[in-house]
Each structure stands twice: as C-alpha cells, then as structure tokens.
Design a protein around this ligand. Structure first.
Ligand code: 5RP
Length: 237
C-alpha cells in the first residue's frame, strides 16, 4: 500500500467515527486532510448530513468550497465539536509537531476552540520522541521584522539550528496566510519538556505561535503499509 493510501484509510476512519449530523467541524490542512474532506463530502451527500466546516487555512477553505460543503467562520461558530487535522510527527505523549505546511497558527487557534482534536497521518509520523522521524524541526511563526533576534534567542536558550523557511516558487521567504515568516528550529536535544519550551518560546516578543501542540490532541489514526489503521488515544493520567 502506498503512503497516499495509508493517509486515505486513516482519514476515512476518523471521519466515519467522528463526524455526526449538525456538527461544527474544524478542517485541518495538508495532504492527508484532502482525503478527510473527500470522505466528508461523500457522507454529507449520501447521508444528507448537516455539517458546518471551519477552515484552518486558505487551503482548507478552498477544499471546503471545492466540495460544495457548508463554509462557516470562527466568529459565528466559536465552539467547534471536532477538528480533524494532519501532523508532521506525533510522539508517545501525543505531543505534535505541526506546521510543515505553514498553517500552524490558524490550526492551533481552531484546535484550541475544539472539544476534540483528532490527528490523521500515515505510519511515518508515529514516533516515540519528537525528532525521531521528522527532521525539519519545529516550525515557529514570527513577525517578519523580528526573525533575527528570535532566532538568536532560541539558539541561546536551547541550541540547535534555525532556518528561515524559503519559498519554492518565489524568491525569498515563505509568507504565511497571516503575512508572517516561518522559522524551522532543528533542536539538538530530544529530551526537552515541550510544554515549557512552547511557553518559553511564545513569550519571546515577535513570536506569533509555535508548531508544538502539547496536550491538545486526544486521538490519532495512523494508516499502515498493510492497509489497516492503528488508533492511539491519550492515556488519562
Ligand atoms: O501542520 C500541517 C500544516 O501546517 C499539516 O497538517 C502537516 O504538515 C501534515 O501534512 P501532511 O498531511 O501533508 O503530511
């Protein structure tokens, strides 16, 4: 089974288990979410479901419109029932790295307004410690004028290496949906307390948001090479 098929089975299973009639549904971003929206559109059509979709990015909004789904706004729907989103890496505590696609800020806002955040991913995202599998580091969205001091402060606090994310089909940096830059922090120490790190980095002036999602995700679906899906839930402490 290809990686794409692994993404698809995870997405379909999550949508089948979590989307119900009249729900307010947060739509994540990335390539795996494309399959979730496809499945949602099929179910809305065949079961005549009423679902209001709240996007986490320009891409998500386009997907909702393309599939003829009901597009809502956070302003009028601040209480989201469930959000289904992708992730770049999920560790054994269900801490996530997100933002590989550059949409982390709106993704975190939507996740924070959701009763449940469900992750869908292929098996390559399932790891024990952050950095085991995802090698591009933690994305950090920053105000453009502050990217150099922010970079220096993070390095002096925790070490590692930081790159300003470059655009692919444009000269210069990636500019997010919110008009900001992204720093990718390749941390050197995998044994950090990610909650503390997230809180500390967020206090640096000019940092808008980090791609560390700590204590936010309650369940993850990982599509496997054999075609089955492994489900992992947060263990209550
Ligand atoms: O956080 C994200 C975008 O900001 C994505 O959800 C994450 O990068 C995973 O994407 P994909 O499903 O394409 O692997």
């Amino acid at each position: 089974m290809s990686l794409e098929q692994a993404k698809q089975v995870a997405a379909y299973q999550a949508v089948d288990q979590f989307v119900t009639n009249n729900c307010i549904f947060g739509v994540g971003s990335g390539s795996t979410v494309v399959y979730a929206v496809q499945r949602l559109a099929e179910r809305v059509e065949s079961e005549k479901l009423k679902v209001t979709c709240i996007p986490t990015s320009f891409q998500a909004k386009q997907l909702i419109i393309k599939h003829g789904l009901n597009l809502g706004e956070l302003e009028t729907n601040p209480n989201i029932d469930v959000t289904i989103d992708g992730a770049d890496e999920v560790d054994s505590n269900m801490t996530l790295i997100k933002g590989g696609g550059g949409c982390l800020l709106q993704e975190k806002i939507i996740a924070s307004c959701s009763k449940k955040l469900i992750v869908i991913a292929d098996y390559t995202k399932d790891s024990v410690k952050l950095g085991d599998r995802y090698k591009k580091g933690v994305p950090i969205e920053v105000i453009p004028m502050a990217y150099v001091p922010i970079k220096n402060k993070i390095i002096s606090l925790y070490g590692g290496e930081i790159k300003l994310r470059s655009a692919v089909a444009k000269a210069g940096p990636v500019v997010t949906d919110n008009g900001n830059f992204i720093l990718d922090w390749m941390f050197a120490n995998q044994n950090l307390d990610w909650e503390k790190v997230n809180n500390t980095i967020k206090l640096i002036p000019g940092v808008v948001e980090t791609g560390l999602f700590v204590n936010m995700c309650c369940k993850a679906y990982f599509g496997q090479p054999e075609g089955n899906v492994v489900e992992r839930s947060v263990i209550e402490k």
